[in-house]
Ligand binder design. Structure first.
Ligand code: HEM
Length: 489
C-alpha cells in the first residue's frame, strides 16, 4: 500500500495527545477515541481520503478501510481481486502482527467457508446455505414465541427489566440451539458461554470448550438419530464434509449468528423506545417493525466493519494503489452512511433493503433471514406483552461497549406496568429457562483438556471464573486464542 508500514512497536500516545489519532497522518481504528465515536471517525476519514482510507489496526498494523458504498460492493463482489483467504496478508507474512494482536481472532485463517474462495468456498458453503434455507419462518417464530414468553415471564411481574441482559442476549442463542437440534437444556449455559467469549474474559477458553463439547455431543447423537436440524443436514450433505468441517461450521454459525442478532435486537429495541418517529409510526401503523429493523441495519449495522479481504495482486480502488497482500476492511457502517447514496441521513428508509449490513457477493450472510426473523418476532412479542414499555433512564445515559468491528449496547433499562403471573399459551412454564436442570451441571467444570476428551460424555459444565484454567500457560488463557483456534480436539 502507499502508506509506509508503521513499526509494530510504536508506543500508544496517552489520551489527549495530538498524536493519539494516529501516526504520520494515518488514523488508528482502535483506542478510546476511535471506539467512542466510530461514525465520527469514518466521516473524518472520508473527508480526508475519500472512498478508501489508510488506517492502523491494533499494533499499528496498516490496512485499508473501504468507506464508499459502491467501493464496498466492488470489493465484496470481485473475489478474483479481493480474496477472503487471510493467509495472503503481507503484514502477517512479514511478522508485523504479534501473536497476541486482538485482530487475530477475527482474521486467523481456518478451514471454513468464511476464509475460502471459488470452488472450495462453494463446497463448504453449500451445506450451510441449503441447511439454513430449509427452516421456514413459521417454525422459527414458534421457537421464538416459546423462548420470548419464558424470558418475559421472568421479569414481567416486577415492572422493570434490562432488555439487553435479560432478553436480547438470551433469545438468539436459545432459538439457535433448536435449529441446530441441540437439547433445550444446553441453551442457558451456551448463552453464558457465548457472552463470555465475546467479552474475552479469563474463562473464555473454557467457554469455547463448552460450546465445542455441546456441538460434538449433538453430532454423536444425530449420527444415530437424524432429525430436522442443521447438524443432521450438514452431516448428510452430498458435499461430504468431514466431522471436523461440520463441527467448525456449526461453531461459526452459532457464534456469528448469535452476537449479530443480539446486537440487532438491542439496537432496534433502543430505537423503538427512544426515537419518537418509531414510537409514533409503530403505534400509528405507518411504519412496520420490518421497516424499523431495516432502519437499524442501515444506521447501526451489527458489524460496523468486516475483516476482511486481501488483495490478490497490485490493484487500484477508489483512487488508491493497493498492493498485493494488503488487507481491506469492509466499512459496512461507513458505506451505509455514504453521502453518495444517502445525502440526508435523517431521511427514513422504509422498505429499502439495499444496506450493506449482511454483505454482498459470494460471502453474503446466509443466515440473514433467520437473524431478522428472530429479531422481528422477539421484539413483536415483547411489545405486545408489555405495551407500555418505556425507557427507565435518560437516553443519554445509555452506553455501548465497542471494539473495532462491533458495538454492543451495555444495558437497556425499562419500566412497564407489572403483569399478573400468567403464562401465555405458547409459553412452557414447566421448563423455565433459569432453572432447567442441565445434565452437564453436575459434572465438574473440566479443564479444557478434559472437556475435549469427553466427546462421548455430557458436555462439561460451563465455566465459572478461573475454573479449569489453572494448568494453562498464560498465553493460552488469552481470549484471542479461543477464537483463533480451531476447536482443539
Ligand atoms: C441478523 C444479524 C446478522 C448480521 C447483521 C450478519 C452479517 C453478516 C455479514 C456482514 C457477513 C459477512 C459477509 C461478507 O464477508 O461479505 C456474514 C456472514 C455469515 N453469516 Fe451472518 N449475519 C447475521 C446473522 C446470521 C445468522 C443468524 C447466521 C446463522 C444462522 C449467520 C451465519 C453467517 C455465516 C455462516 C456467514 C459466512 C458466510 C460465508 O463466508 O460464505 N449470520 N453475516
Amino acid at each position: 500500500m502507499t502508506t509506509q508500514p508503521p513499526e509494530n512497536s510504536l508506543p500508544t500516545p496517552p489520551p489527549g495527545c495530538p498524536a493519539h489519532a494516529g501516526i504520520g497522518g494515518v488514523r488508528r481504528l482502535y483506542g478510546p477515541e476511535a471506539e467512542a465515536d466510530p461514525a465520527g471517525l469514518y466521516e473524518k476519514l472520508r473527508a480526508e481520503h475519500g472512498e478508501v482510507a489508510p488506517v492502523l489496526l491494533y499494533g499499528d498494523v496498516p490496512a485499508w478501510l473501504v468507506l464508499g458504498y459502491s467501493a464496498n460492493l466492488t470489493v465484496m463482489r470481485t473475489p478474483s481481486r479481493f480474496s477472503r483467504d487471510s493467509r495472503r496478508w503481507s503484514a502477517f507474512r512479514t511478522g508485523q502482527v504479534a501473536p497476541d494482536n486482538p485482530v487475530l481472532p477475527v482474521v486467523h485463517w481456518q478451514p471454513i467457508c468464511v476464509f475460502a474462495d471459488g470452488q472450495e468456498h462453494r463446497r463448504l458453503r453449500a451445506p450451510v446455505t441449503e441447511g439454513l434455507n430449509r427452516f421456514d419462518r413459521r417454525g422459527i417464530r414458534r421457537h421464538v414465541t416459546r423462548f420470548a414468553d419464558q424470558l418475559i415471564e421472568r421479569f414481567s411481574t416486577t415492572g422493570r427489566a434490562d432488555l439487553v441482559t435479560q432478553f436480547a442476549e438470551h433469545l438468539p442463542m436459545l432459538v439457535m440451539t433448536q435449529l441446530l437440534g441441540m437439547p433445550e437444556e444446553y441453551g442457558p449455559r451456551l448463552v453464558d458461554a457465548a457472552r463470555d467469549m465475546v467479552r474475552g474474559t479469563e474463562t473464555a477458553i473454557a467457554s469455547n470448550e463448552y460450546v465445542v463439547s455441546c456441538l460434538r455431543r449433538t453430532m454423536d447423537r444425530k449420527k444415530g438419530a437424524p432429525g430436522h436440524d442443521l447438524v443432521t443436514w450438514l452431516m448428510d450433505h452430498p458435499a461430504g464434509l468431514t466431522d471436523d468441517e461440520v463441527l467448525e461450521h456449526l461453531r461459526a454459525v452459532l457464534l456469528a449468528g448469535n452476537e449479530t442478532t443480539v446486537n440487532l435486537i438491542s439496537d432496534t429495541l433502543k430505537m423503538v423506545l427512544t426515537d419518537k418517529r418509531f414510537r409514533a409510526h409503530l403505534s400509528g401503523g405507518q411504519m412496520t417493525l420490518p421497516d424499523a429493523l431495516d432502519q437499524v441495519l442501515w444506521d447501526s449495522p451489527p458489524f460496523l466493519l468486516m475483516a476482511g479481504r486481501w488483495a490478490t495482486g497490485d490493484t487500484e480502488l477508489g483512487g488508491r494503489k493497493i498492493n498485493e497482500g494488503d488487507m481491506l476492511l469492509l466499512g459496512l457502517a461507513a458505506g451505509n452512511a455514504d453521502p453518495a447514496v444517502r445525502p440526508d441521513l435523517s431521511k427514513p428508509l422504509f422498505g429499502n433493503h439495499s444496506h450493506l449490513a449482511f454483505g454482498s457477493g459470494p460471502h453474503e450472510c446466509p443466515g440473514q433471514d433467520i437473524g431478522r426473523a428472530i429479531a422481528e418476532a422477539g421484539i413483536d412479542i415483547l411489545l405486545t406483552r408489555l405495551p407500555d414499555l418505556h425507557l427507565a433512564v435518560p437516553d443519554e445515559e445509555l452506553t455501548w461497549r465497542s471494539s473495532w468491528i462491533a458495538r454492543h449496547l451495555v444495558a437497556l433499562p425499562v419500566r412497564f406496568t407489572p403483569q399478573s403471573v400468567k403464562a401465555s399459551p405458547a409459553a412452557s412454564p414447566s421448563t423455565p429457562i433459569a432453572s432447567t436442570p442441565d445434565p452437564a451441571a453436575t459434572a465438574t467444570a473440566a479443564s479444557p483438556a478434559t472437556a475435549t476428551a469427553a466427546s462421548s460424555a455430557e458436555p462439561a459444565a460451563p465455566p465459572t471464573p478461573d475454573i479449569g484454567l489453572g494448568a494453562l500457560p498464560r498465553q493460552r488463557r488469552r481470549w484471542w486464542y479461543v477464537l483463533t483456534g480451531k476447536s482443539r480436539r
